[in-house]
Design a binder for this molecule. Structure first.
Ligand SMILES: NC(=O)c1ccc[n+]([C@@H]2O[C@H](COP(=O)([O-])OP(=O)(O)OC[C@H]3O[C@@H](n4cnc5c(N)ncnc54)[C@H](O)[C@@H]3O)[C@@H](O)[C@H]2O)c1
Length: 250
């Protein structure tokens, strides 16, 4: 059963984005599902799975780091659904390298997708949210943007950028009835997470550092994101919530 709300989830074909999308579907959101062209088949499969929750789900292929592609995608979503109530900026990439050897294009591409993509998608949806006097923006940052780990300085910088962006965005859009918050996943078992987890020694070390003594599943992130997309979080904005089983203890 639908709840009358429409959510856009970027990078929704797999991993955390897929789990967030299906979590929102279970809560009755209609879904605009985004990913890049080469994920078309996987994105279709997520849309089909979401349909079984009795909601509408439409895939949209666009690279979130391209302003033209993002603007065109949001125009199509507004045409198809009429409005957008919630956005989850989840699309992200990680390309590991130490600082000394980091190729310039690693820095540029990680910043382009993680930081600029969040900015471009947010910018594109704001007019529709402003017109309604309602919006929920949930940006997926990372505990890597607070603490970080070797070979991820550029990734950490991109996620710190997302958090800074969100804090100021919250101040700009608060008077318009729009909230903006960040979720910071910890170590989650996805294609991206495997960079940290393929080596059993590294995996064990992360587990030992985690209060819950386990690695996270994508589904662990879905509930907190759904909270930020709902009316239960109506008076919560500009916040960053660690969803890490207790690694970074604020
Ligand atoms: N897995 C972890 O441990 C972890 C920890 C902290 C934060 N995160 C963050 O969570 C988010 C999801 O990560 P994940 O682990 O599911 O990774 P993943 O690689 O499994 O999924 C990322 C998705 O984003 C899509 N994507 C990449 N570039 C894109 C672009 N330019 N435009 C549109 N879509 C694009 C990919 O195709 C993929 O479907 C990312 O922002 C990531 O930085 C992940």
């Amino acid at each position: 059963m639908g709840n009358g709300r429409v959510a856009l989830v970027t990078g929704a074909s797999r991993g955390i984005g897929r789990a967030i999308a299906l979590g929102l579907a279970r809560r009755g959101f209609d879904l605009a599902l985004n990913d890049i062209d080469r994920q078309a088949e996987a994105l279709e499969a997520v849309a089909a799975e979401a349909h079984s929750a009795g909601i509408r789900a439409i895939p949209y292929h666009a690279d979130v780091s391209s302003k033209a592609a993002v603007q065109a995608m949001v125009a199509r979503i507004l045409h198809d659904f009429g409005t957008i109530h919630a956005v989850v900026n989840n699309a992200g990439i990680l390309r590991a390298s130490d600082v000394e050897n980091c190729p310039e294009d690693y820095w540029d591409s990680v910043m382009d997708v993680n930081a600029k993509g969040t900015f471009l998608v947010t910018q594109a949806v704001l007019p529709a949210m402003k017109a309604k006097g309602y919006g929920r923006i949930c940006n997926i940052a990372s505990i890597g943007g607070k603490h970080g780990a070797p070979e991820q300085a550029h990734y950490s910088a991109s996620k710190a950028a997302v958090m800074g962006f969100t804090r100021v965005l919250a101040q700009e859009v608060g008077p318009l009835g729009i909230t903006a918050n960040c979720v910071c996943p910890g170590i989650i078992l996805t294609d991206m997470g495997r960079v940290n987890l393929d080596d059993p020694a590294i995996r064990g070390a992360w587990q030992a550092k985690t209060a819950m003594a386990r690695i996270g599943d994508p589904e662990d992130v879905a509930g907190p994101v759904a909270f930020f997309c709902s009316d239960d979080s109506a008076f919560v904005t500009g916040q960053t919530l660690n969803v890490d089983g207790g690694i970074v203890l604020d």
